[in-house]
Design a binder for this molecule. Sequence first.
Ligand SMILES: NC(=O)c1ccc[n+]([C@@H]2O[C@H](COP(=O)([O-])OP(=O)(O)OC[C@H]3O[C@@H](n4cnc5c(N)ncnc54)[C@H](OP(=O)(O)O)[C@@H]3O)[C@@H](O)[C@H]2O)c1
Length: 258
Amino acid sequence: MSTALITGASGGIGKAFAVYMAARGMNLVLVARSEAKLNQLATDLQSKHNIQVDVLIKDLTEPGATNAVFDYTQKQGITIDFLINNAGFGDYGDFAQSDENRQTQIVQLNILALVNLTHKYLPLMQQNRSGNIINIASIAAFQPIPYISVYAASKAFVLSFSQALWAENRNYGVRILCSCPGPTETNFFTEAKFPEAIAAKNAQMSTPETVVQDAFRALEKGDSVVVSGGFANNAIANLSRIVPRQTLVSFLEKQFKA
Ligand SMILES: NC(=O)c1ccc[n+]([C@@H]2O[C@H](COP(=O)([O-])OP(=O)(O)OC[C@H]3O[C@@H](n4cnc5c(N)ncnc54)[C@H](OP(=O)(O)O)[C@@H]3O)[C@@H](O)[C@H]2O)c1
């Protein structure tokens, strides 16, 4: 039986991954900070699908958190077949006036925790010549975005890092996928304190379930990247290939200004 480790599994896209994978008989290791939500999800999925679900309450921005996750799975003798690096958040606003601690935490969670967990589990997957890593970036990865500058840059990192690893690992039987969702119905916009007017421009939102289905379809095909959310999001992701970067970022500054 396969086991999936999912970060940020207490809600949104991470929870949708947990539900999807549990329904396919996979055991789960769920990581996030919200103890009650994770325990409830674990109880529901265990009773419905007769699987093993381990819950790890961790703030992945804290030093040592990824070591603790890895040590736990090693001590329990759990082989991770799917690593879903999903936990992440953004912070809307003018960078100069933003909370430095929050910006640092975006880097710690969206980049460092993802790199550290990948670095721990990938060698084991290579040894087994089998394994899957899905890193959740965003369509924000394809261009700089004013007023969510650190967030968009963090996702550009995830996209670049993931595609490099996809190429490195093709001959090891380890599949690496970068999932790039467009606007999706989760707690993301509230958590990032997006102004209503800006969030409302994303009227056409995907569901977390669509993001998960798109990811597994792309993983099966052996793709390195998938943009979720249909034609419009694919067009946005490709704009930076056609429009000069400075023109594009000037346009986005107007779109994202409150
Ligand atoms: N929704 C969108 O429109 C959208 C679009 C593109 C990409 N994404 C990406 O999708 C991923 C999932 O976000 P979502 O949309 O599902 O948002 P969400 O509903 O806010 O979920 C975020 C998840 O990350 C966890 N998390 C946050 N801070 C954490 C920390 N310090 N340590 C451990 N876990 C933490 C949260 O759990 P706790 O609060 O319990 O810790 C929660 O489970 C993120 O990487 C996001 O950037 C979202």
